[in-house]
Design a protein around this ligand. Structure first.
Ligand SMILES: NCc1[nH]cc(CCC(=O)O)c1CC(=O)O
Length: 319
């Protein structure tokens, strides 16, 4: 490969700039080439109204992918949980680096923990997945909380707590860590209470499928266990999306015996946003050694969840 600078396409949000900057350094290390950040402005960045109309984060991914396909940039970094479950043939998922903390957290007033929130506490989240599980936990543990739908970036969301409008907001630990604001977390939600979004806390490094040299270089940043885990989680999501429209939480982790990797456990949940019905299941098997093996783990769990009633649930898509 040449020693010309590699162009990394990125959104200009704080989170995108932080994760692109971190990956740029790592890519520079493994390729020996400088990496230059190229800001891509998306429709969703320009107009909040437009984003609300188009819905979701797919719009951000699409703009970066278009820049890759047009040859304007050499590679891009996405939050894996924002990626659609189908991979376009023209683009390669060249690396999935080791995952950050996958948990959701709350930022609450007066340093409150989730279970110490007072009766009637208002918790902001725009995610049907988070609503379903928080409301489900509240129902079964005698908590009296109200989930309030909100949108916006980290500053906007934390702003609702600082202004006193809400008692707490829910965010991803990984996002706060990456932008250096982890000290604002007042409580980590156990994954036994709230399963994260499939792929949460992981990054995806994508480049054109025909750039063999670059794919080979980026492969050095890949963490095979993280890749297997997120592949299983996203396979579960894809199969559930095909069979129901309820929000999905999923987490695959490694059950280790000391230093020895033993098995992979995949947990999944779907439910109604009011938390009145949740279908939660897990499966454990040998750590998948192939893409197809990880896909099969997710599909198998989805089949069991659909049979248990997930197919009958209605709801919005989760993010
Ligand atoms: N939905 C937006 C989004 N996409 C990725 C992250 C955080 C980083 C990650 O999960 O990898 C966030 C913010 C959040 O959910 O709080």
């Amino acid at each position: 490969m040449s020693d010309k600078a590699l162009r990394l396409g990125t959104r200009r949000s704080k989170l995108a700039m932080a994760q692109s900057g971190q990956v740029a350094d790592a890519v520079s290390q493994v390729t020996g080439r400088p990496v230059e950040l190229v800001e891509i402005t998306t429709y969703g960045d320009v107009s909040r109204e437009a984003l609300a109309q188009i819905g979701g984060t797919g719009v951000f991914v699409t703009a970066l992918r278009d820049a890759l396909l047009r040859g304007e940039v050499d590679f891009a970094v996405h939050s894996l949980k924002d990626l659609p479950t189908t991979q376009p043939a023209e683009l390669a998922l060249a690396a999935v680096p080791e995952r950050e903390d996958p948990r959701d957290v709350i930022v609450a007033r007066d340093a409150l923990k989730f279970t110490d929130l007072p009766r009637g506490a208002r918790i902001g989240t725009g995610s049907p997945r988070r609503m379903a599980q928080l409301n489900g936990y509240a129902r079964t543990h005698g908590l009296d909380i109200e989930t309030v739908p909100i949108r916006g970036n980290v500053d906007t969301r934390i702003g609702y707590v600082r202004s006193g409008e809400l008692d707490a907001v829910v965010l991803a630990a990984a996002g706060l860590n990456r932008i250096g604001r982890s000290e604002e977390v007042t409580d980590f939600l156990s994954v036994d209470t709230v399963l994260p979004a499939p792929g949460q806390g992981a990054l995806a490094i994508e480049c054109p499928a025909d750039h063999a040299d670059l794919i080979a270089a980026l492969a050095e940043l890949d963490d095979p266990l993280t890749r297997a885990a997120v592949t299983a989680e996203r396979s579960l999501l894809a199969a559930l999306e095909a069979g129901c429209s309820a929000p999905v939480g999923a987490l695959a982790d490694i059950l280790a015996d000391g230093q020895t990797v033993k098995e992979m456990r995949l947990r999944g949940v779907v439910g109604t946003t009011d938390g009145s019905t949740l279908v939660q299941l897990s499966t454990t098997g040998p750590v998948p050694e192939t893409h197809e093996g990880a896909m099969a783990l997710g599909r198998e769990l989805a089949t069991e969840m659909l049979a248990l009633g997930a197919a009958g649930l209605m709801g919005e898509r989760a993010h």
